[in-house]
Write a protein that binds this ligand. Structure first.
Ligand SMILES: *Cc1c(COP(=O)(O)O)cnc(C)c1O
Length: 488
């Protein structure tokens, strides 16, 4: 038996690289990261490809080790070189994220030390660090002391935690689901509908509230709907409003919605996944009036704080309610219950074991200080306003004046189908690849979006985007002209 154990030990010790080996790997990986970052401002935001990274499928996981010299080029060619490049300065599609460098160092340290950040007993320091970040965000929103929440993997899970909490706190049991009413607009992010389904509310009444011309929830219509629903014996219990919608960046009239939620005793949840961190900009605070009156809020540091993908947050005032929906006491956890200075993330989330994701937020915020974050957020607002003017000079029709840093626009050619023309224009821009734009469909109209939130996007990139759009129009117009010219 001892022989067997020793033999296995010899092989299993290879999981612990020598300092020399570690150093060699570190150097190679760092070199790769440096190459990636040094040229980042010249990298395309979108790369078309014939095989979509398919060569990756040929690499088998084998018994024997492979070298970084084999693996890194494979990554470079098939992962980093294909499709959307969210790190690129020209990324203006969807809701751009970030990837400020110190966050990568935070992830590295979190992975090396592998702190157990799910339970206070296991890593009081890690939990304190995360809870402090959550309290900082609560303070930003204007939530009272005692509020808390959870660092989740993103806005989708954050919204799910809020919806689950609201469901339980408002005592919606399975027998009540059919009569339970939830109020949304058609501009709410689709992850909310997804969360409702996951939370067992598929058969609930989802009532869509009309919007004004700015795609904001019509609060008067909301109140009228609540009244009718109450008269009909239904049970309204939840309003989900947006502070920065994905399509147009619109902020719902939060203060008026808060009045209605209060008056009728409904849970008021705000999805601020995209827009929340604009509260760091003093001049924008007034747009969010009433946000502090919500019961819960989702906010995405991997959007507005320019962190890499994988960190969103749910903030709640009634922490006890979230705890009641999410905690669990298992026999094998009995040692962990003795210490409880801080609530454990595992008690406020579906997750137990989790990545120590607070470190990737804590390190950049302290290392860089808040100033550049605030400046970058304000800059994105102005870049969007600048684009709003300039794109009209190119002959584009625009949607509503942007509340934040997202806007919609489209070209209306004289005698062509506008939807088809704009779809082709987006394809032209994606094929060019230096900037990336995405589009949306609102009431049957095809709109191109501009979402300025990548921390690397500055004036140069916005001007480049305008230039590419201009070239695209010329190109498409020439093409239609050619198609029209009768063959001689
Ligand atoms: C991005 C986004 C979400 C979804 O968040 P993920 O982090 O992608 O899971 C939800 N709501 C809004 C408004 C968003 O912009």
């Amino acid at each position: 038996m001892l022989d067997q154990i020793k033999k296995l030990e010899e092989e299993s010790r290879k999981l612990e690289p020598s300092p020399l080996q570690r150093n060699a790997w570190n150097t190679r990986v760092q070199q790769y990261a440096d190459d990636f970052l040094d040229g980042i401002y010249d990298k395309k935001a979108f790369n078309t490809s014939d095989d979509y990274g398919a060569p990756l499928l040929h690499l088998q996981i084998g018994e024997e080790p492979k070298a970084l010299e084999v693996l890194l080029p494979l990554l470079q060619a098939n992962v980093d070189g294909v499709g959307l490049n969210p790190a690129a300065s020209g990324h203006f599609g969807y809701v751009p994220g970030g990837g400020v460098f110190p966050a990568a160092l935070g992830d590295y340290l979190a992975a090396v030390s592998n702190r157990y950040a799910g339970i206070f007993f296991g890593s009081p320091g890690a939990v304190r660090l995360e809870n402090q970040l959550i309290r900082w965000m609560c303070n930003l929103i204007g939530y009272p002391e005692g509020s808390l929440g959870n660092l989740a993997s993103g806005g989708s899970i954050a919204n799910l935690i809020a919806i689950t909490t609201a469901r339980d706190f408002k005592k919606i049991q399975s027998k009540d689901v059919e009569n339970a009413v939830i109020y949304l607009t058609h501009q709410v992010h689709h992850c909310v509908q997804k969360a409702l389904r996951i939370a067992g509310l598929r058969e609930a009444q989802i009532h869509y509230v009309p919007m004004d011309a700015h795609f904001r929830m019509d609060a008067k219509a909301l109140e009228a709907m609540v009244k009718v629903d109450l008269q009909n014996g239904l049970k309204p219990f939840l309003i989900v409003a947006s502070a920065g919608t994905t399509d147009t960046g619109a902020i719902d009239p939060l203060n008026e919605i808060a009045d209605i939620a209060e008056k009728y005793g409904l849970w008021f949840h705000v999805d601020a996944a995209y827009g929340g961190f604009f509260l760091l900009v003093d001049d924008l605070k007034h747009k969010f009036k009433g946000i502090e009156r919500s019961d819960s809020l989702a906010i995405d540091p991997h959007k507005g704080l320019f962190l890499p993908y994988g960190i969103g947050a749910i903030l709640v005032k009634n922490v006890e309610a979230t705890f009641q929906s999410h905690h669990y006491v298992a026999n094998y956890m009995q040692d962990a219950l003795k210490l409880a200075d801080e609530l454990s993330p595992a008690d406020l989330s579906p997750e137990l074991t989790k990545h120590f994701r607070g470190l990737r937020m804590w390190l950049p915020l302290h290392l860089l200080g808040l100033k550049p974050f605030k400046a970058a957020l304000e800059e994105k607002i102005w870049l969007c306003r600048y684009f709003y003017e300039k794109v009209q000079e190119l002959g584009f029709e625009v949607g509503p004046y942007p509340d934040l840093s997202i806007m919609i626009y489209r070209y209306v050619p004289k005698d062509n189908d506008s939807n088809e023309f704009n779809e082709k224009l987006v394809e032209y821009v994606q094929h060019d690849g230096r900037v990336f734009l995405s589009s949306t469909m609102i009431d049957g109209i095809f709109w191109i979006r501009l979402a300025v939130l990548c921390f690397r996007s500055h004036l140069r990139e916005v001007d480049l985007c305008l230039e590419i759009l201009k070239d695209g129009i010329t190109h498409l117009q020439k093409q239609t002209q050619m198609n029209k010219t009768p063959a001689t």
